[in-house]
Design a protein around this ligand. Structure first.
Ligand code: AMP
Length: 145
């Protein structure tokens, strides 16, 4: 299974915020969209970071409620790791495990194609396992050739 298969299933919608959006507004976006991270867009229009719920928890632990009035760029991660549509789910799992994060934007050179989360990866692994179980069941019921 490839990243392109996940994007075909879930769509290519990526939720993003501008780098000057307040953390309190970012929290509303995360809650309303029921997601754990947003990409951060700079004034030139490109992706300049990623901000996840973990960054916000850390911000609140370090700076208290004052963090809510600060801008997304103050707490985002600037070095965004991405994957390609042609990467396998195993590649994605390895990258997420190595980087200790649960979100991976998908790029084709400079073009943003989508975003894969750990939830999408687990869903796709479960679907694979179900297909395998069904195939084995049919094999047993119908008998080996
Ligand atoms: P997460 O597990 O995705 O909630 O993120 C954990 C930490 O990794 C946070 O500091 C995020 O900003 C950061 N992070 C999440 N996804 C990525 C990514 N694709 N590239 C770089 N950092 C990331």
């Amino acid at each position: 299974m490839l990243v392109s298969h996940i994007l075909r299933e879930k769509g290519r919608d990526v939720v993003s915020v501008t780098d000057d959006m307040s953390i309190s507004d970012v929290v509303k976006v995360l809650s309303e969209r029921r997601i754990g991270a947003v990409l951060v867009i700079g004034s030139a229009g490109g992706v300049i970071g990623i901000l996840s719920e973990r960054d916000i928890v850390r911000a609140l632990a370090n700076d208290g409620s004052a963090a809510l009035q600060r801008e997304a760029r103050a707490y985002m991660t600037r070095e965004v790791v991405a994957c390609a549509e042609s990467d396998s789910i195993e590649d994605v799992m390895e990258t997420m495990t190595r980087g200790r994060f649960r979100h991976l934007p998908v790029f084709d050179d400079e073009r943003l194609l989508g975003l894969v989360s750990i939830g999408d990866v687990v869903k796709s692994r479960i679907a694979d396992a179900e297909i395998e179980t069904q195939t084995l069941r049919e094999y047993v019921v119908m008998g080996a050739p």
